[in-house]
Design a protein around this ligand. Structure first.
Ligand SMILES: Nc1nc2c(ncn2[C@@H]2O[C@H](COP(=O)(O)OP(=O)(O)OP(=O)(O)O)[C@@H](O)[C@H]2O)c(=O)[nH]1
Ligand SMILES: [Mg+2]
Length: 345
């Protein structure tokens, strides 16, 4: 599962990527696509680790790709650029809202968002038109043909495919065509330092909502500075500039949610650990994330939701209060569940 940092040249993608991954990719000019693992910040893991003092603490991770922008082109994407974006499962569009001396003109994030959206619509339109042509010629399944028609009419109205409700479009017909406007989209407005804490402008926020995307603001250069500080200095610095936590932490968590990912936890003296699953995953395949034996020999899962654990202070206290959950394989795991899997192989 990977998330692509995408956007036009010089918008700050590599600066964001370096800050998240601790890599040191040169900034300021395109380059190649880079892949990096990013730890998902989670206060709950920090607290659990303080309680259990385990030998090892493991956070959830996700992979990000830094997709270079195209230099010298007029806000267009080349076939190669488009292909690099298609390879990503979800998209984080980084919009420039700071003066970049190497680029002409003032920043215009709303225009950039619209330009990116239009590129995605054009690219999808070409694909869907061909699909529909073929479907009609070859007299494919009527439902499939109708799905392509629904998609084409949305695209002709310049609407993103992701904004078509589930009830009007069965997404099984979209699989494997590399359509861009159906990808989950997070829009990050990358601000100049002095405006890091300002809210998102209303027109931009409205457009993001219209596109059924998520949005947030950050300042990549501020984030890069924060990442290089000691933890105590970080907190003080953040409160000085009017922020409660680093924007990059919010950004990573938003990206995690974009892929519909949640975490469950295992705890003990050896390790406190977050495990990543898709929302809706049942106990048995979730156990399989830990080890295939746990999935194969699954008997039951003993579950304590994180909030309940914190309220009572220990699993034993939760048990004494009669709130301990014993769940079978059909149980749908929730975000923040602390699980012990009983198994037999
Ligand atoms: N003032 C300011 N400068 C920034 C910010 N973010 C990035 N920059 C600068 O903008 C320039 C481009 O940043 P990059 O991170 O290389 O941008 P990019 O999106 O990766 O660019 P390409 O890969 O060429 O498309 C660099 O000189 C950065 O230092 C920011 O938040 N504020
Ligand atoms: Mg770059």
């Amino acid at each position: 599962m990977k998330i692509g940092l995408v956007g036009f040249a010089g918008s700050g993608k590599t600066t964001v990527f370096n800050t998240m991954t601790g890599q040191d990719v040169p900034v300021g000019y395109g380059g190649e696509v880079r892949l990096g693992m990013v730890r998902v910040p989670d206060e709950r893991i920090v607290r659990l680790s303080q309680i259990f003092s385990p030998k090892k603490t493991t956070f959830a991770e996700m992979s990000f790709c830094d997709v270079p922008g195209e230099h010298g082109s007029d806000k267009g994407l080349s076939p190669r650029g488009l292909q690099q974006i298609r390879d990503q499962e979800a998209l984080c569009l980084v919009l420039r809202d700071f003066d970049n001396p190497t680029l002409e003109g003032d920043p215009d994030p709303l225009e950039d968002l619209n330009a990116f959206h239009t590129e995605c619509i054009f690219a999808d339109h070409e694909i869907v038109e061909n699909l529909l042509d073929r479907a009609r010629k070859e007299r494919l399944d009527q439902l499939e043909t109708a799905a392509f028609e629904t998609m084409l009419s949305a695209l002709e109205g310049e609407r993103a495919l992701r904004s078509i409700p589930e009830s009007e479009l069965d997404r099984k017909y979209l699989k494997s065509f590399g359509l861009l406007s159906d990808r989950p989209l997070l829009v990050a407005l990358n601000r100049a330092e002095e405006r890091a804490a300002e809210p998102m402008p209303e027109d931009l926020a409205a457009r993001i909502e219209e596109l059924q995307a998520a949005g947030l603001t950050l300042s990549a250069s501020v984030e890069a500075d924060i990442a290089s500080m000691d933890p105590e200095d970080q907190a003080e610095f953040l409160s000085d500039i009017g922020l409660s936590e680093s924007a990059i932490a919010r950004f990573i968590r938003a990206a995690y949610g974009l892929l519909d990912l949640i975490s469950f936890f295992t705890v003990g003296e050896d390790e406190v650990r977050a495990w990543t699953i898709r929302r809706g995953t049942k106990a048995r395949p979730a156990a399989g994330k830990i080890h295939s034996d746990l999935e194969r020999g699954f008997i039951r899962a003993e579950v304590t939701p994180y909030d309940l654990f914190m309220e009572y202070g220990s699993e034993a206290a939760v048990k004494d209060a009669g709130k301990f959950q014993v769940e079978g394989k059909e149980y749908v795991v929730s975000d923040g569940d602390i699980m012990h899997v009983r198994f037999n192989v």
